[in-house]
Design a protein around this ligand. Structure first.
Ligand code: FES
Ligand SMILES: [Fe+2]
Length: 379
């Protein structure tokens, strides 16, 4: 976030504190319950949201140097992300061109990928380098049987992939102006510390909804984050389909004694960016949490990958303890507080208690997100 924007947002947050106010939607929004349970909607989302649009697959630090790689699945598309010897970010389908096995698992550093089935070997640039019994495949040139490349781009420390091999990817157009704001965080300098995968019995949108308001902070989180943040108090802004909520830490009142030109808002806020449709990037005091939220096998299931990116490499034991504590704390809050409520909601959605749930005018990010989803699915 640029300094001028920190001043604008800081002033808005302090005014909300004075007025007991928060950002407002124009009207209450009625959200159909069956969007969270319908197999038809889930199938449409897979093809429209998770196949036909660019996806954020991580920060640059996920691939920390030449030869690093990571696997990452988007919907039905298994991805292999690499950084070539010249430092270029590349993305491929993680599918062997012989008979289709996954050529890589997990993440790490590699000069080449050897398929575990019959040992076809691919370079970091996807080229098919070698294969046993070459003569048996004489009619199938190596040059046409490299890994299938996907359109990809690295912008201001974010890695973008289009899951459709035939698509084109224009990351700047897709970001719709949000790029400048994100560039202010220097994301390219952040290091991937650790990731956790969480699987829950709730629709992926319900899981994402938990990030989209601060109205619940002092109810559901009365013993955890309520003491740290003001509740029912956030700004809301959007760029194309993407949007941002900023909530104030209670320490923000310290800024009242500081000249505006010297304000550093970052230690006094949490900023939540939703990179449409399913990536939540959280600026949290001194690090980045990246939440990648994916539909599960049924509309009632989801899979979340939480990654913590730190501003510098965690070389000492005390640095590791610090980041371990951070990641365990956030996992504890969502696992013990947010997600059990979400699973109860998902269960209740099948009860026919109501056809719609309701987002108040104090929950503008929820209505924006669901309106944008409806528009994307063009119904
Ligand atoms: S499937 Fe990969 S080498 Fe046969
Ligand atoms: Fe929460």
């Amino acid at each position: 976030m640029q300094h001028s924007e920190q001043i604008t947002i800081g002033e808005r947050l302090l005014a909300y504190i004075d007025d007991h106010a928060t950002a407002q939607a124009d009207e209450v929004y009625h959200q159909a319950v069956d969007e969270y349970t319908s197999a038809t909607t889930a199938a449409l989302e897979r093809s429209v949201l998770f196949r036909a649009r660019p996806q954020c697959v991580g920060l640059s630090g996920l691939l920390p140097g030449p030869g690093s790689y990571a696997t990452h699945d988007i919907g039905a598309q298994p991805l292999l992300l690499t950084r070539t010897q010249s430092g270029e970010f590349r993305a491929f389908l993680n599918v062997c061109r012989h008979r289709g096995a996954r050529v890589a698992e997990g993440c790490g550093r590699q000069r080449s990928f050897v398929c575990p089935y019959h040992a076809w070997a691919y370079g970091l640039d996807g080229r098919l380098l070698a294969r046993p019994e070459e003569a048996a495949f004489a009619a199938v040139p190596r040059t046409t049987h490299g890994l299938t490349p996907l359109p990809c781009a690295e912008r201001d420390g974010l890695l973008w992939v289009h899951p459709d091999p035939d698509a084109t990817l224009d990351a700047d157009a897709w970001l719709a102006g949000l790029g400048d704001e994100l560039a202010g965080y220097g994301l390219a300098g952040f290091q991937h510390y650790a990731s956790r995968v969480l699987e829950r019995r709730m629709n992926w949108k319900l899981l994402l909804d938990t990030f989209l308001e601060s109205y619940h902070f002092c109810v559901l989180h009365k013993d955890s984050i309520c003491g740290i943040f003001y509740d029912n108090l956030s700004t809301f802004d959007s760029w194309g389909p993407h949007f941002r909520l900023v909530s104030a830490r209670r320490s923000i009142t310290e800024l009242r004694a500081v000249d505006r030109a010297s304000w550093n808002l970052l230690p006094h806020m949490v900023a939540i960016y939703v990179l449409f449709p399913n990536t939540v990037l959280v600026w949290q005091l001194d690090h980045i949490e990246l939440w990648q939220i994916h539909p599960g096998a049924t509309p009632d299931e989801s899979r979340v990958e939480l990654s913590l990116y730190a501003p510098e490499p965690a070389l000492s034991e005390s640095a590791k303890r610090h980041w371990d504590k951070n990641i365990e704390l956030v996992v504890h809050v969502v696992e013990a507080e947010d997600f059990p409520v979400g699973e109860g909601i998902q269960h209740g959605f099948h009860s026919a208690a109501q056809s719609h749930i309701v987002f108040g005018t104090n929950e503008p990010a929820l209505s924006f997100f669901h309106r944008t989803l409806s528009h994307a699915l063009a119904r």
